[in-house]
Write a protein that binds this ligand. Sequence first.
Ligand SMILES: Cc1cc2nc3c(=O)[nH]c(=O)nc-3n(C[C@H](O)[C@H](O)[C@H](O)COP(=O)(O)O)c2cc1C
Length: 484
Amino acid sequence: MHGGLKTGQGQDLREWIARMQAAGEVITIKGADREREIGGIVDIAMRKMGRPAVLFEDVPGYDPEFRVLANLFTSVKRIALTLGLPADTSEVDLVRYWRDYMRNAPTIPPVQVNTGALLDNSFKGEDIDLLKIPTPRWHEGDGGYFIGTGCMVIMKDPDSGWINYGAYRVQVHDRKVASVMISKGKHGDILMRKYHDRGQPCPIAVVCGVHPGLFAVAGLEIPYGKNEFEAAGGLLGEAIRVINGPVTGLPIPAEAEIAFEGYLHKGDLIEEGPLGEWTGYYAGGRDMRPAIRVETFWHRDKPILTGAIPGVPPNDDTFYRGTARAGVVWHELEAAGVPEVKGVWSHEAGGSRMWLTVAIKQMYAGHSKQAGLIASQCHAGAYANRVVVVVDDDIDPANMDSVVWAMCTRCDPRDDVQILHGNWSTHLDPMSYPSDKHNMNSRMVIDACVPWNRKADWPETVRNTPPLEKQVREKFGKFLPPGW
Ligand SMILES: Cc1cc2nc3c(=O)[nH]c(=O)nc-3n(C[C@H](O)[C@H](O)[C@H](O)COP(=O)(O)O)c2cc1C
């Protein structure tokens, strides 16, 4: 479907930064080094009130005009402002926004242009030097410098011509060499194998300084065969302007800050990692990953590297992907025919994937099990999930006290906990198996709804009835603190 949303912000990272600075959402730090200090500050900013974005300038040892921006989306306010929503939008409203976005799936095709700020500086052959970017070691234990975290990795289906982009981590190794870590089963992995299976190198483009609206789509599970550029156009409300890479022909945002293109050759692997990951561990270790042999490199004048840094949740993944995932799972449940879904929540501490809560109004026997099992396996819920909890619609799925209360009082573990084996997971999950592949996990679907056959004699809840709630609020509201 065409006809996008209206964020009204354009697609230039610098406009976004100006807007967030005006909203008090960005702090600027000068002189932090890339080896330990940038990562150290990002880690603190991720844990503290407000969790601002941090713009680093004057990185020692680098061109003082080259900058790094991290913590793009560690606040609900910044996500809301990026989407053109009011600054005080709640998390649950964001979930509804993402659900509606997925329901309508607005798309606007990208438009090819010949000029753009990205072309300010363009390099080929021996002039390529990825090392001029002050790429930080994001965590002390990282095995290298990850230029691609808040990034777009762009690839093309050799059969259909479908363009896909995803956020897959990219490590920089040398002036013309990077690597990419794409988990098995992700679209980029499927596309790469298609080229390699027919003995061809796989074209790839990496964008590592970009408007957060474009990056956000990279981290979302847009369905197989759907073009993320079109989805991003729909989200931003305007066609994404792209130039075509002269070597690979892949589309690259014309306003990007930093980008490169090249090839992944079959069997051309390089030692990569570890990177402290979104599960909060270094579970992935160091391994051999596909090398990117870079053939063209571009950057804007005074380029800005964007970082979306994983770590112990909540992290940069958690805020936007938690609300977005909850919205997408909600949409996918409805699309699978599950009626009366009233809310979905993806808990921050589960890194946006490992914990999902679904609230339903029970309509028939087995409804709650159906909702839980589908949530645990639908596209947006399947990868690396561990726990799904289904609750009744009197429970706010985003309120963990209420969810735990429902689990403790409405669930009979003999019948209401399903353990599923052999599900889609990743080596980043410290509990994944088998030990030589680490690509599967087990998970738990907990039915914490009032048992369907006991609804008639279920005891009443000890809570104000709506009439009493209304009465005391009307009469004594002036004595209650704001926001109660
Ligand atoms: C900041 C960030 C970093 C990510 N890093 C990786 C990664 O290194 N490898 C990976 O397979 N997925 C990674 N992901 C998850 C994918 O981007 C996500 O699953 C996306 O939907 C993949 O695109 P695809 O559905 O087109 O495969 C990351 C997501 C974010 C937001």
